[in-house]
Write a protein that binds this ligand. Structure first.
Ligand code: NAP
Length: 246
């Protein structure tokens, strides 16, 4: 098992890519902290982790709230004594063309998708520095590489999390901490719920592999990057998009 006894905090792990990542990590032997907003989704993920005989506990925390994140890290340290991996996965969309985008749409997406990543990483970095080891993984997007129609706010955040990863790779690399970003293409989760069926179909047609990705395909990438097999991968930005370029 590639993540045997590693302690991993995964944000937005109640469903979608985060849930698939929690289950994959548990299957690989990790001890998983399932962070999400909703207790019901957290419970479902914990049950799935337990089916793999993995160890998991849940923590309701909003990535916008440093106090609740501090509580989550304290609870993790009290239970398992360390934090080996942070997967900054929580994210939302609030799409609109620039001319129609409201301040609330812009600010909310930045607060969760960009500042939330900063908040979570701040909450664990001193623990990782004291350990002289750790892995930080940010969920960016192909939108964070190429931009996308109707996603000024989301693109700004997803470009930003790549910038933070490259900065952390430089600041923390000598301290035994690696930081990398994963850029999913279009993955079949509820986040695509607002995209009309015909647009989704057109997107599928644009993917050289002719289909949307599965959450498990992104989870596998996070698991590899979290493992010691990726011991010399730092500051990397890895696309998991079936070859799609928007
Ligand atoms: P999803 O199915 O909507 O899951 C997102 C999760 O994040 C949900 O469980 C949600 O909780 C949680 N969350 C939202 N706001 C939060 C907050 N403030 N604090 C803590 N948790 C919060 O989305 P997904 O498709 O799995 O996306 C996961 C990540 O991959 C996101 O960062 C997304 O931008 C990125 N991504 C996705 C795709 C794609 O096509 N699916 C493509 C590129 C990048 P609730 O359900 O309780 O609200």
């Amino acid at each position: 098992m590639r993540l045997q006894d590693k302690v991993a905090i995964i944000t937005g792990a109640g469903r979608g890519i985060g849930q698939a990542t929690a289950v994959k990590f548990a299957r690989e032997g990790a001890k998983v902290v399932v962070c999400d907003l909703s207790p019901e989704w957290i419970e479902e993920t914990i049950e799935l982790c337990k089916e793999t005989r993995g160890d998991a506990f849940g923590y309701v925390a909003d990535v916008r709230d440093p106090k609740s994140l501090e509580g989550m890290v304290d609870a993790t340290l009290a239970k398992w004594g360390r934090v080996d991996v942070l997967v900054n996965n929580a994210g939302i969309v609030m799409d609109a063309q620039l001319k129609n985008m409201t301040e609330d749409q812009f600010d909310t997406v930045i607060d969760i998708n960009l500042k939330g990543v900063y908040n979570c990483t701040k909450a664990v970095v001193n623990t990782m520095l004291a350990q002289q080891s750790g892995v930080i993984l940010n969920a960016s997007s192909i939108v964070g590489l190429y931009g996308n129609f109707g996603q000024t706010n989301y693109a700004a955040a997803k470009f930003g999390v790549i910038g933070m990863v490259k900065t952390w790779a430089r600041e923390l690399g000598r301290k035994g901490i690696r930081a990398n970003a994963v850029c999913p293409g279009f993955i079949a989760t509820s986040i695509l719920g607002s995209i009309p069926e015909r647009v989704l179909h057109a997107l599928e047609e644009k993917v050289p592999m002719g289909r949307l990705g599965k959450p498990e395909e992104v989870a596998n990438t996070f698991a590899f990057l979290a493992s010691d097999e990726a011991s010399y991968i730092n500051g990397a930005v890895i696309e998991v998009s079936g070859g799609l370029v928007i």
